[in-house]
Every structure is written in C-alpha cells, then in structure tokens.
Design a protein around this ligand. Structure first.
Ligand code: FAD
Length: 476
C-alpha cells in the first residue's frame, strides 16, 4: 500500500519532489527540537492542482497529511507523529508572488512564500506589509495564516487574520476553493476565510492568499525606556496611545531577567539600562509617522517628557538612526535565543486584558516562587496586545531536562489556571498544535468545543488533515 501511494505521489509532483529516504530531519523535527516524528514521505507540490491531487490520493489511501510551511511553529503542529504513516506536505516550492494591486492595496501570494520575501516585495513596490516576527526569514505566509500569527505590529495593524482579504484553499475532499478576490466587503454568508485562518492545517490547505498593503510610513522611530514597574508600563502605554494615536506601531515589554540572559549569552549586544541595577522592566516603543522624521521625533520626545514627569519612565533613549533602531529591536528579538542558550525552558504564550497584566504577573510570580524552589521567570512580550511570553527557566545550575520532566505539567497547570482566573487565553498567538491540545479540552468552553468538533467533522470527515492537532484525537 505504502509503495503504491508513493508511486502515485511521484506521478503527481515528480520523482524528485517526493522524499522518503535519507536525512529528513529538517521536515521531521520541530523548531524547538522537542518533538521528532517520522514521515511516510515528504511531498513538495508546485501548485494548487498538485496539492488537490495529493490530498485525493492520500485520502483514498487512508493516509493523513501534515501541512508544513517554514516549520518554525512553536506548538508542534507542522511535524509528523512517530507512526511513520503521515505524509508531510511541504509548501516551500509554492513561493510565487502572483500579483501586487497598488490601487486595491493588496498583494496575492502563494502560501509557501517566506514572510520576509513578502515584506521586501511590498517595499520594492512602495508599500508596507506590516506582519513582522522574529522568524520572518523562515516562516511562510501560509503558516502565518494557519496559525493566525501576531508579532510586533498587531497593536496597529492586527494579526495575520486582520491582514488577510482572502485565501485559496484545497479542501479535505481535494477541491480547490478560490477565495482570493481581495474584496473588502463581502457579506455572502459564513466567513470561510476567517474559519480557515487559525485552523492550523486541520480544515484545509492554504495554497495562496490576498493580503492587505499599507502606505510606507515617512519615518519610523524607536525608543527604549526604563520603567519602574509593570503598572508604570501600562500607564506609559496609555500615554503613548494618546500622544501617538495610530502612529504607535510597537509596544514591547521586557523583564530584567530576560534582558540579563541576552547580555549573558550575546555580550556583543548592548542592552540599555541593564547596568544601573534598579531597572526591573524596559519598554521598546515604535512610532511610525506619515509626515516626517522631525514630526515623529517631536511627538516621541513630548510623550517621553510627559512620561518622565509622571514617573512612568525613569530613563529613555530614542534611536538616532536606522542602525540604532535595528540594534534595539535585535535585543528584543534575541530573548528567545538567549533563553535557549541558557537551557531548556517552559514557554507560555498567554494573553490577559492589558489592565490586568500587572496583577496577573505579580500574583503568578509569587505563586510559582512559592511552589517551586529557585524557579526563574523570563517575562517579555507584546504588552500593547496584552500578550506575554511568560516563560519559566529551571533553577540556576540545576538539571534543566530533569526539571522539565518533573515540573513542566505542574508549572503549566499553575500558569494556565491563573490565566483562566484572570479571564485570559492560554494561547495568544502560537496556536494549539499537538502541544496544547489537551489544555484546549480543559480551558475552552464545552459549547465552543462542540461547535469546533462539528466544523472539523463536516469539513474533514475522514480526519485526513493534521489529525490530533488542535482538537486532539477525535473518534473516527
Ligand atoms: P509551520 O511551522 O510550518 O506550521 C505551523 C502550523 O501551520 C502547522 O499546524 C502547519 O500544519 C500549519 N500550516 C503551515 N502551512 C500551512 C498551509 N499552507 N496550509 C494549512 N496549514 C498550514 N508567532 C507569532 O505569532 N508571533 C511571534 O512574535 C512569533 N515569534 C516567533 C519567533 C521565533 C524565533 C520563532 C521560531 C517562532 C515565532 N512565532 C511567532 C511562531 C509562529 O507561529 C511561526 O513562526 C509562524 O507563524 C509559522 O509559520 P511557518 O511557515 O513556519 O509554519
């Protein structure tokens, strides 16, 4: 059966595009190197027609498919399980930019297009494509849509869903739905685009998408501010909204311990205000201005002056040029890598209403420190969106692997129960994948879960697409 299916897949996409021998680590190992699966084969289609044929062939053979973009996802959704029976459908070859429509302010791209390529193509055409995250050099727009990725500009432009005007999708039956018309208004029944976005490859395979473009800002300025507490950071956010309006395009918060890890593992990077001992939190702000750099700078300086007067900011620097701005962003984006250098850790991607974040962090920090000796808290994230990466590092000098084996489930339960108590979400932007499928059962309302199962059953009755992801194992 296996040989017959592989022969059929080779006929569809070509011999060289079906990999079932040799080292397939790049397709079978998740980005955090925490889950290693075994693929029946890796298939690399060239167009939506081939994707449709592959889906039909796999469905007929009773073989399930794991869609894969850049394989940078953090919820273990894009690698096969260990059974050796799943086909990985890698979208990398479908990377064309089909069209840029300057009047409609849209671009239509294939799903395997790397995010950074989209950004660059938009810029060359004189526009901004604002989705931005640290994995942008490898992740694909298909993966971004499938996970409804967020990143650093959500505050102003929304997450991947808000940036998407339409998708082309191959269904579990192997039909192609061409939904990339680029309409801003289309109230013709259920919104299938919004259903597919964020479905993590469980309802359909996104083969192309039409995305929104924006005018390039005339100037973009970045500031780094030291704040005395998270309460002050939230007050600074309020001031920034009032002073900068739609110009406020980034507002990131970073705890001292997280920044200390960057300084420790990447000593070539300069981390502002880390040496002054008393700075518990820093904030990275971005102001994008449609007028001019001097206008942007004036507004930024007025904001920071008022913030200092009100005690929200103890010190601040505004980048003088693009190089300095990039260096500041680089510090923020290096935190996950610095954490990885420090050792295995427990990651949480949570959201809570912005106003409740200081209380959430204070209470949850205290709880964890009380419950688990020597625990180290790595806290940073997109405060402007109420989204924190509330991560937990093993005690200094301890055996991190053993710590995770013994404590990960307990830590997750403590943190996610706190999130629920604060009315938040235990997965803000990374999705569910297989990593958090059991947590979804606990924290999502039974009514919502019932509707989600009904949708999955209706659109993929055989369970061909990414089984076990999001909803966990469903009865066949
Ligand atoms: P993959 O990892 O390949 O896949 C992710 C999921 O989407 C899987 O379930 C897969 O089956 C499905 N999928 C992929 N392509 C398709 C398709 N064409 N059709 C249907 N399903 C598909 N995320 C954020 O939201 N914000 C951040 O700031 C952020 N920062 C990150 C920083 C780093 C360093 C890293 C490594 C990751 C970060 N992420 C962040 C995670 C983020 O979700 C992914 O980087 C990205 O959105 C996934 O894209 P990908 O192409 O790598 O998808």
């Amino acid at each position: 059966m296996k040989e017959a299916l592989i022969a059929q897949l080779r006929r569809i996409v070509g011999d060289a595009q079906v990999l079932d021998q040799g080292d397939l680590t790049a397709y079978e190992l998740d980005w955090r190197k925490r889950s290693r699966g075994k693929a029946l084969a890796v298939v690399r289609p060239a167009d939506a027609g081939q994707v449709a044929e592959v889906v039909k062939a796999c469905a007929a053979a009773g073989v399930s498919i794991v869609p894969q973009g850049g394989n940078t996802g953090l919820a273990v959704g894009s690698v096969p399980d260990e059974s050796g029976t799943q086909v990985v459908l890698n979208m990398a070859r479908m990377n064309a930019i089909r069209a840029i429509d300057p009047d409609n302010l849209t671009m239509t791209v294939e799903a395997g297009c790397v995010l950074q390529t989209l950004q660059e193509a938009a810029e060359q055409a004189g526009f901004l494509f604002p989705l931005s995250l640290a994995a942008e050099g490898s992740c694909t727009i298909g993966g971004n849509l499938a996970t409804n990725a967020g990143g650093t500009q959500v505050l102003r432009y929304g997450n991947a869903r808000e940036l998407c005007l339409g998708v082309e999708v191959v269904t579990a039956a192997g039909d192609i739905w061409e939904g990339t018309s680029g309409l801003r208004k289309d109230n013709t029944g259920y919104d299938l685009r919004d259903l597919l976005v964020g479905s993590e490859g469980t309802l359909g395979i996104i083969t192309a998408a039409t995305m929104k473009l924006y005018p390039l800002p005339a100037a973009q300025l970045t500031a780094w501010a030291a704040v005395p507490s998270l309460d002050h950071a939230v007050r600074l956010l309020g001031l920034a909204h009032r002073h900068l309006g739609a110009g406020l395009t980034g507002f990131e918060v970073m705890g001292r311990f997280a920044l200390g890890l960057v300084a420790r593992h990447f000593p070539q990077q300069r981390v502002p205000f880390l040496d002054d001992g008393g700075t518990p939190w820093c904030v990275l702000l971005e102001n994008s201005d449609s007028e001019s750099e001097s206008h942007a700078r004036e507004r930024f300086e007025a904001l920071l002056e008022q913030a200092v007067e009100q005690g929200c900011v103890t010190d601040a620097v505004v980048a003088e040029n693009l190089g300095q701005a990039k260096a500041l962003w680089h510090v923020r984006e290096s935190i996950p890598m610095a954490q990885a250098e420090e050792g295995l850790n427990i990651k949480h991607d949570i959201s809570v209403a912005v106003s409740r974040i200081p209380a959430f962090v204070a209470e949850t920090d205290a709880l964890l420190q009380r419950e688990i000796d020597g625990v180290r808290l790595v806290n940073f994230g997109h405060l402007g969106d109420g989204n924190l990466h509330y991560n937990v590092q093993a005690p200094e000098g301890g055996d991190a692997r053993r710590f995770l084996e013994e404590q990960e489930e307990r830590v997750n339960t403590l943190v996610y129960d706190q999130v629920e108590r604060f009315g938040g979400s235990f997965s803000a932007e990374h999705g569910i994948g297989s990593l958090k499928a059991h947590k979804l059962q606990k924290h999502k309302s039974p009514v919502a879960l019932g509707m989600m199962r009904a949708i999955k059953q209706a659109l993929d009755p055989r369970g061909t697409l990414n089984p076990g992801r999001v909803l966990g194992d469903l009865p066949r």
